[in-house]
Design a protein around this ligand. Structure first.
Ligand code: HEM
Length: 410
């Protein structure tokens, strides 16, 4: 007999046969601040664990996480990529028309956004990204010490990215707070979610205003998306929603990745010296950071059919927490997975997703990462932590709150 009760906006399920129940709260702030042991234990439970507190499954091994995350026929995104099931509960904002939809509608919106963010369009930005990174690093070298989260990662991403989108104005706080809200809202009704709602909702109305055609410069990703509305491919309203997707997904993720990259290099000085010896490794240092500290630690899928994965029966309506951060540290997939190694070249990590929803902004993220890490490799002699790093718990992203560092000139 099937359960019909609701829990945190989704269907309560019975424990599937062969799946261990594990009384852990993956949204606990201590775990979110340092998930290493939780990731390990999750993988040790088998292909899936059942989390009684939320009545959902969680997976953290590479193979199953990849299978569930990429098979959109069976595990849909249209029922929400967070804990809430949009087919049962109204979402807090109109859903994303690219991230939170399935084909055939997804194919239409994805085509438009993919064209706007094409390798050619992103290629044109590389020089300005490099110049901005060089200038910022020169300024930071003048300081005794600084916070690499606010003064490097946020300062860089909230300048170059809004400019690439073509925003008429930028506002670092609102952009970051809105991203924090969007990612925290994917989790349960906990204090983190409530706090980010309180902080980010005002930013939300500002974001929506910036997405309007008349606010955008004639050159930029935003204008390219509106050009598709002129061609009748999408409506004017859909164009605004797609620009919103860029602003929701494109700031906090890269801020997180840049902050974590500096953290990894500061803690692994021999790796930083490898990078300095060959700055061409900048793109791989960024990639290894994504694997090692996956910015999106977990997103959900919902089973839309009765199905089976690795011999485990999964009933329709089951929410599955896909723990990308754990999968990217699976020692069965990467030897010495817990070692940060910029020469590993981990091209198949899951940090940018996989399958039809794989990050559409990955070229932009990589261009930002490469520009920044090349500038750091060329100009900085050594990186020292000048105080303790502090993590900022969030229901879906793993991000630093503060990273006090000192750069010594090369
Ligand atoms: C290091 C930085 C980034 C990380 C780690 C990241 C991560 C991800 C992940 C894991 C997904 C897949 C979500 C899923 O399958 O449910 C995704 C999708 C997406 N990302 Fe990113 N992202 C980053 C940067 C960006 C940037 C810079 C943009 C905008 C230019 C962006 C826009 C999007 C959009 C619109 C989607 C939805 C694509 C779809 O559903 O077809 N992301 N991202």
């Amino acid at each position: 007999m099937r359960a019909t009760k609701m829990i945190e906006g989704h269907l309560e399920i019975e424990v599937p046969a062969g799946v261990p129940a594990w009384d852990v709260d993956p949204y606990d702030t201590a775990i979110l601040s340092d998930p290493t042991e939780y990731f390990k234990e999750l993988r040790s439970k088998g292909p899936f664990a059942y989390l009684p507190r939320y009545s959902m499954l969680a997976c953290g091994r590479f193979e199953e996480t990849k299978e569930v995350f990429s098979d959109w026929h069976r595990f849909v995104s249209s029922r929400g990529v967070g804990i809430h099931d949009f087919s049962l509960e109204e979402p807090w904002r109109p859903p994303s028309i690219v991230l939170e939809v399935d084909p055939p509608y997804h194919t239409k919106t994805r085509t438009v956004i993919e064209r706007a963010l094409s390798p050619r369009a992103v290629g044109k930005l590389r020089v300005s990204f490099r110049e901005a990174a060089d200038k910022l690093i020169d300024e930071l070298l003048e300081k005794e010490s600084f916070d690499a989260v606010s003064e490097l990662a946020e300062a860089f991403s909230t300048t170059v990215f809004p400019d690439a989108v073509g925003l008429g104005e930028t506002d670092r706080r609102r952009l970051v707070d809105y991203g924090e809200l969007v990612f925290s809202a994917l989790g349960p009704d906990n204090e983190l979610r409530r706090n980010s709602m309180a902080k980010g909702l005002e930013a939300g109305s500002w974001i929506m205003e910036q997405c309007q055609r008349d606010r955008l410069k004639p050159e930029g990703f935003g204008a390219a998306i509106y050009a598709a509305a002129d061609e009748g491919e999408i409506t004017e309203e859909e164009a605004g929603m797609l620009v919103r997707s860029l602003l929701s997904a494109g700031i906090d993720t890269t801020v997180t990745a840049l902050g974590s990259a500096i953290w990894c290099l500061a803690r692994n000085p021999e790796q930083f010296q490898r990078l300095k010896a060959d700055p061409q490794l900048a793109r791989w240092a960024f990639e290894e950071t994504l694997r090692y500290i996956s910015p999106v630690h977990s997103f959900c899928r919902t089973a839309d059919v009765d199905t089976e994965v690795s011999g485990i029966k999964i009933v329709k309506g089951t929410k599955i927490l896909c723990v990308l951060g754990a999968a990217n540290l699976d020692e069965n997939h990467w030897p010495e997975a817990d070692k940060f190694d910029i020469e590993r070249k981990p091209s198949d990590h899951l940090a940018l997703g996989v399958g039809i929803h794989a990050c559409v902004g990955q070229n932009v993220a990589r261009a930002e990462g490469e520009a920044m890490l090349t500038a750091v490799a060329n100009k900085v002699g050594s990186i020292e932590l000048s105080d303790e790093a502090l993590w900022r718990p969030n229901n879906s992203i793993r991000t630093l709150d503060r990273l006090p560092v000192r750069f010594c000139a090369a």
